[in-house]
Design a protein around this ligand. Structure first.
Ligand SMILES: [Zn+2]
Length: 365
């Protein structure tokens, strides 16, 4: 059987001085691994520098210094502070070049969220875990399109603000509950992208097996509605993060998490939103969509597993994988209802109107 080669495998080979030409020709190479190999080959065989940062690692304390890494990203301190650290330690960390680099990443993702109209008003929020039980997060009442590093906040996992002059987002509890329930989650992103939010409002989990990116990079489910910012909302979402990385919040929006960083959590928004948009186009073309075979899906899930992404379908039998044969919202509803139901009131409402009309007529007599 062919093997899946991820970028992590290639980096490991480079680190161990192995020749990438030794990768078997029948191996499935993930797109990012392929790019990385291309980069190595176009450098005339010289390997790109391997960055020892929180990238690709589930541990925030994996770095061993705070000097600039080769791709411009800074490494985390070897001993990051926690909620019990002294005020001065926390302030020193919060104002360090490393924390600043994370704040800049949040600002950049905020700008992308706003430019793509995934956030409205002051909506949307993000957080990055920076220690065992602390996180940097966005403030409340600031548009994600105009965030500045000095707007950011540092909070403990109870949501208490430790540093920062602006007040932390009111939705932080949900992010923190995700991080507590899912130890791999280093970053979380929440926003209101219209197409995916439409599915969340309709209560429809997007059907699967149509686009590879969607199968590989996201695992989507719907959490029931609760008032935003309440611990109850956070609990319903965080109960799902063991198996899903992208949660549609009923009648609200979407929240995602990543074990690689805030940019990947943001990418999940682009992927789920583009997919939901594509589904709506597909549904209007008047033809049942062509979908992956269980075998094709299984190959995609193997890539997903090799990238360390969660998915409840990993390990399922092929016959259990596809669940979307009946799916054609809009088109299906329109066809089914055409000619069958008359436009108008239901029986109960019609009876009520008749009763009121009778009363009025009786008074007039
Ligand atoms: Zn929201």
């Amino acid at each position: 059987m062919s093997r899946i080669i991820s970028i992590r495998d290639v980096k490991e080979m480079v680190r161990n001085g192995q020749d990438i030409k030794s990768i078997p020709s029948d191996a499935i190479i993930t797109p990012s691994a392929r790019d990385y190999i291309f980069e190595i080959q176009s450098n005339g065989g010289a390997s790109p520098q391997i960055v020892a940062s929180s990238n690709g690692s589930s541990s925030v304390s994996s770095g061993n210094n705070s000097s600039p890494a080769t791709d411009g990203k800074l490494s985390p301190p070897s001993r990051p502070p926690n909620s019990k650290s002294s005020k001065s330690e926390l302030e020193a960390f919060f104002n360090s070049p490393y924390a600043h680099s994370l704040k800049l990443q949040i600002c950049e993702m905020g700008r992308r969220l706003w430019e793509r109209a995934y956030v409205d008003g002051n909506g949307g929020n993000m957080a990055i875990r920076v220690g065992e039980d602390i996180a940097i997060c966005t403030p409340t009442l600031v548009s994600k399109g105009s965030l500045k590093p000095e707007d950011m906040c540092l909070v403990d996992f109870q949501g208490n603000q430790l540093c920062g002059t602006r007040k932390r987002t009111s939705e932080i509890l949900m992010h923190l509950q995700i991080m507590q329930k899912q130890p791999q989650a280093v970053a979380t992103c929440h926003c209101h992208p219209p197409y995916a939010t439409g599915f969340a409002v309709a209560g429809i989990v997007p059907p699967t097996c149509m686009v590879p990116e969607y199968e590989v990079f996201v695992s989507v489910v719907i959490a029931p509605y609760r008032t935003p910012g309440t611990p109850e909302m956070g609990k319903l979402v965080s109960d799902l993060v063991a198996d899903y990385n992208t949660i549609l919040m009923a009648n609200h929006g979407v929240v995602s998490w990543s074990h690689n960083g805030i940019e990947e959590a943001y990418w999940r928004m682009e992927i789920v939103e583009a997919y939901c948009r594509t589904l709506l186009v597909t549904a209007q073309l008047g033809k049942a969509p062509n979908t992956f075979t269980p075998e094709q899906l299984k190959d995609l899930l193997k890539i997903k597993q090799s990238l360390g992404y969660v998915d409840p379908r990993i390990g399922m039998k092929e016959c259990e994988l596809c669940d979307n044969s009946e799916w054609r919202p809009g088109v299906a509803c329109g066809l089914n209802s055409a000619g069958k139901t008359t436009v108008g009131l239901d029986a109960e409402a019609e009876e009520a109107v008749k009763a009121i009309t009778d009363q009025i007529l009786a008074k007039m007599r």
